[in-house]
Ligand binder design. Structure first.
Ligand code: CTP
Ligand code: ZN
Length: 160
């Protein structure tokens, strides 16, 4: 992972520092880094060490966004929801500066947790903690408990 040549970045083009340990979410479609950050619960109040590249040139995508988070590995639930807003993303796990694992996200048939149901009467929004589960549709997600469909702006429905 450190050949110096090849890949999408040469020494001249490196825009964001390499990270030591943590996760690089690469090949996010241009403009969607903020959606990925929202899914991960990273906002202006965060104290995590995060680097964000937006609309950086990419051989494969033309332009792409990149999010690098020092010292954090993502849960499977987080990766599955990220796949809905960034279907071409790759998740790179970094240890001691090396990419030790690289996975393309896959579109799941259901997602659990992370998103919240907008229906106030849904069992998942009552005091008893019931984790949310949504079926993934072509153009949104549907709550498996109450049938409510979220079609637009998924990231307005993050469970925090
Ligand atoms: N990266 C990083 N810190 C490291 C190692 C890698 O931030 N210590 C980043 C790279 O900048 C790149 C991504 O992690 O955005 C994947 O690294 P690598 O596999 O080395 O790059 P490519 O070969 O370009 O990856 P791909 O084939 O997935 O495009
Ligand atoms: Zn519901």
């Amino acid at each position: 992972a450190d050949e110096g040549e090849g890949g999408e970045e040469s020494a001249h083009e490196l825009r964001i520092s390499k990270i030591h340990n943590g996760t690089v979410i690469d090949h996010i479609a241009g403009g969607h880094a903020p959606d990925v950050l929202a899914i991960l619960g990273i906002d202006s109040a965060t104290d995590e060490v995060v680097s964000i590249g937006m609309n950086v040139p990419s051989d494969r995508l033309g332009h792409k966004d990149v999010v690098k988070i020092e010292g954090r590995e993502l849960s499977q639930d987080e990766v599955e929801v990220i796949s809905l807003v960034a279907p071409a993303a790759s998740i790179n796990i970094i240890r001691e500066y090396d990419v030790i694992e690289k996975n393309r996200v896959e579109r799941p048939s259901t997602v659990e947790g992370v998103l919240s149901c907008p229906n106030r009467n849904c069992i998942t929004t009552e005091d008893e903690p019931v984790a949310t589960r949504f079926e993934v549709l072509d153009d949104g997600v549907r709550c498996l408990y109450c049938g409510t469909i979220i079609r637009r702006r998924l990231t307005d429905h993050i469970d925090v």
